[in-house]
Structures are given as structure tokens and as C-alpha cells.
Design a protein around this ligand. Structure first.
Ligand SMILES: C[S@@+](CC[C@H](N)C(=O)[O-])C[C@H]1O[C@@H](n2cnc3c(N)ncnc32)[C@H](O)[C@@H]1O
Length: 145
């Protein structure tokens, strides 16, 4: 199939995708928000008070979802800390820290540690280990510290 036709088919599917439509309606930057929502509803991962690091966060729909889950402080704001990190720029999200960099690089790690230590000083519980299952294919991904 010619490349032009493939692009046209992709565009048609994308425009008609129910999750793309829902994301537009609910203000999410990507349909990926609903993958995280599904995992979260099943595994009860995200709770107020947590420190959440979103590695590879751009365009930001996972950080937006996490932000919505931690919201609810009187007068606005969130209970917890969210840090997005990506090589690409990300448009700001209220209450979400953002580091632009490569998460394999020392400099990104240093910036991340600086925000994390500030969060712990302000009463956040250090996270000892997190388990995630990511992606539509339900590939298992585990990270620990
Ligand atoms: C599929 S997108 C993430 C979408 C995001 N979860 C959302 O819901 O909006 C993957 C992101 O990972 C970023 N990325 C890949 N490798 C990276 C690295 N080594 N350091 C930082 N960001 C990285 C890419 O730039 C890309 O923006």
C-alpha cells in the first residue's frame, strides 16, 4: 500500500478512535491517559500523598491523570509530588514539576534528586518500590529502588 494511503488510513482511524475523542473531551493530551487509568483502576496504584515520577512524560497525559488523582486540596493544589521527565519539552501542567533531559544522564538524575529531597523534606513518604504494568500489550515492567 502506498505511504500516502497508509497515512490517510491512520488519520481516519485516529480521528474516529473513541479514546482520542474522549481525551479531547476530557482535556487529556493523549489517549494514553486511558491506559494508565485502566491499570490504576485495576491495581489501585495512584493515591494522594505519593511521589510520582513520570519517566518519558511528554506530551503529559499520564502526568495529567496522576495530577487529577492527587488533586483535592482545599484552595487547589495536590497532595503529593509529581515529576515529569522527558528529552522533549512538555507544556506546563499545574503542580507538576518538569525536567527536560535524558533519564539515563547524571544531570537529569541530579535534578530529579533535588526535587525528590525537597518533597521528602515537605513530608512525602519515600517510595521504596513501585510495580507497574505498562502498555496495551500488558508487558510487565518493574522498577525498584
Ligand atoms: C509514548 S511517549 C510518553 C507518553 C506519555 N506517557 C503520555 O501519556 O503523554 C514516550 C516519551 O518517552 C520519551 N523518552 C524516551 N526515551 C527517553 C529518555 N532516555 N529520557 C527521557 N525521555 C525519554 C520520549 O521523548 C517520549 O516523549
Amino acid at each position: 500500500m502506498a505511504k500516502k494511503k497508509l497515512n490517510k488510513n491512520w488519520l481516519h482511524d485516529h480521528i474516529n478512535d473513541p479514546y482520542v475523542k474522549l481525551a479531547q473531551k476530557e482535556g487529556y493530551r493523549a489517549r494514553a491517559a486511558y491506559k494508565l487509568k485502566e491499570i490504576d483502576e485495576e491495581e489501585k496504584l495512584i493515591k494522594p500523598g505519593q511521589v510520582i515520577v513520570d519517566l518519558g512524560s511528554t506530551p503529559g497525559s499520564w502526568s495529567q491523570y496522576a495530577r487529577n488523582k492527587l488533586a483535592g486540596l482545599e484552595g487547589g493544589g495536590i497532595r503529593g509530588t509529581i515529576i515529569g521527565l522527558d528529552m522533549l519539552p512538555m507544556d506546563p501542567i499545574a503542580d507538576v514539576h518538569f525536567i527536560q533531559g535524558d533519564f539515563r544522564e547524571e544531570d537529569s538524575l541530579r535534578q530529579l534528586e533535588a526535587i525528590l529531597s525537597g518533597a521528602v523534606r515537605h513530608g512525602a513518604q519515600p517510595v521504596r518500590r513501585s510495580d507497574f504494568r505498562c502498555g496495551a500489550g500488558r508487558a510487565s515492567y518493574r522498577s525498584g529502588n
